[in-house]
Design a protein around this ligand. Structure first.
Ligand code: FES
Ligand code: FE2
Length: 404
């Protein structure tokens, strides 16, 4: 079968022949294609390249992961006051996140119950009610249909039968997660013991100081894999954060995780969020006397949310799949609330933003380059280094979902 040809191809040292890169749809999820990824790390192969390019594979990920698992969608302080909202499309579903008059943050499908118009355009804002831009059906902030012009002659029509459709939204440590699956377990059950790993940072008492969006020309998995390996740092970030490059010197360790996440702890001296020599904030007071005062704890909440908690701040990478070869990245910068009140806040925060912006740009170049290489009919499965245990773990978690 083709998987066998792929493996034979990967072992060939001479000229390779042009191989069809993606099996037909009816054969795409045959576990035999992925047997090489299922082996232990140092015996394993990297996934077949088509998982990063195939529309069929992508659609399966949307069905089995993005519309079933808990998905990270930002911080509650993005909607601080009743009436504040933002609208975003996630995995093909237009959504509204809005804070109600009762101070509860809710998510709704951003689709009018009359004839289906989008209600709010992408972006953020403030409103007293959600008014459809097509025929002015009007919904309260908690989703009830309250205004229906010229519907009085429509037989049997009752406004209470046409509320906005709610999407499950739960919060953890100031982070919002949505889930499209009414049968899914709670967010707390999904995250498991993550709180024990990062509770000491006081994330719920941090503030989103800056939020930056990017659209990137790569499969979402490439970004996530990149975020959880330090192997590329010596090459891709050789001019910026190379001091974290060596597994030995940085003391990277994969730690036990009991929940839908994986996590590393890296020991080091100064903040991982600064370039060498730049001034920053003091160590987060909550960490003094703990090992976390000298390192960075970085969970990846499956499938696609990266969080890094370092000695003086935290940051997150929110990854939205846009298709097989494109994704949206949101970079969020979090600082302890007290820091934002300091007169020197903007000046010092600029050093952190500089570091994040430069390294994000470096990772974008690497990931888009990798996407182009993987799109070639000559792309074949490769092998992992011992420096890539979480790439292997992430790929296997995804295969469990997609094939299972
Ligand atoms: S589609 Fe919304 S009011 Fe008609
Ligand atoms: Fe990187």
């Amino acid at each position: 079968m083709r998987a066998a040809r792929q493996m034979a191809g990967s072992a060939m040292s001479g000229a390779a022949s042009l191989l069809p890169s993606e099996p037909p749809a009816e054969d795409l999820f045959d576990p035999r294609h992925y047997a090489g990824v299922r082996r232990p790390l140092l015996e394993a192969e990297t996934p077949p390249p088509w998982i990063y390019t195939s529309q069929v594979f992508y659609q399966r990920e949307v069905e089995r992961m993005f519309r079933r698992d808990w998905q990270f969608l930002g911080r509650t302080e993005q909607v601080p006051e009743p009436g504040d909202y933002f609208s975003v499309e996630f995995a093909g579903v237009p959504l509204i996140i809005v804070r109600g008059q009762d101070n509860v943050v809710r998510a709704f499908a951003n689709t009018c119950r009359h004839r289906g118009s989008l209600l709010l355009d992408a972006g953020k804002g403030h409103c007293k009610a959600i008014v459809c831009p097509y025929h002015s059906w009007t919904y309260t902030l908690d989703g009830r249909l309250a205004g229906t012009p010229d519907m009085d002659r429509t037989e049997g029509f009752r406004a209470e039968d046409y509320p906005l459709l709610p999407i499950r939204l739960e919060t953890w440590a100031g982070f919002m997660f949505v889930n499209f699956d009414p049968q899914a377990g709670s967010l707390a059950a999904y995250l498991g013991d993550l709180d024990q790993k990062v509770g000491m940072y006081g994330l719920d008492d941090m503030v989103l100081a800056r939020r930056r969006e990017y659209v990137i020309g790569c499969n979402w998995k490439l970004w996530v894999e990149n975020a959880k390996e330090s192997y590329h740092i010596a090459t891709v970030h050789k001019r910026t954060i190379n001091r974290y490059a060596s597994a030995k010197s940085a003391g990277y360790a994969v730690e036990q995780a009991d929940g839908q996440y994986c996590v590393t702890f890296a020991s080091h001296d100064t903040s991982m969020a600064l370039l060498h020599g730049d001034a920053g904030f003091p160590v987060n007071e909550r960490l003094i006397g703990r090992r976390e005062a000298a390192g960075t704890c970085a969970p990846l909440i499956y499938p696609s949310t990266y969080l890094a908690c370092t000695i003086d701040c935290a940051w997150y990478l929110e990854v939205h799949p846009l298709g097989p070869t494109s994704m949206r990245l949101v970079h969020g910068a979090l600082f302890p609330r007290e820091r934002l009140g300091r007169p020197e806040f903007e000046q010092l925060a600029a050093n952190y933003y500089k570091r994040w912006d430069i390294t994000t740009d470096e990772d974008i170049v690497a990931s888009e380059r990798q996407q182009k290489g993987l799109g070639s009919p000559y792309a074949l499965a490769g092998r992992f280094s011992h420096r890539e245990p979480l790439v292997h773990a992430i790929d296997n978690w995804i295969l469990d979902r997609v094939l299972g």
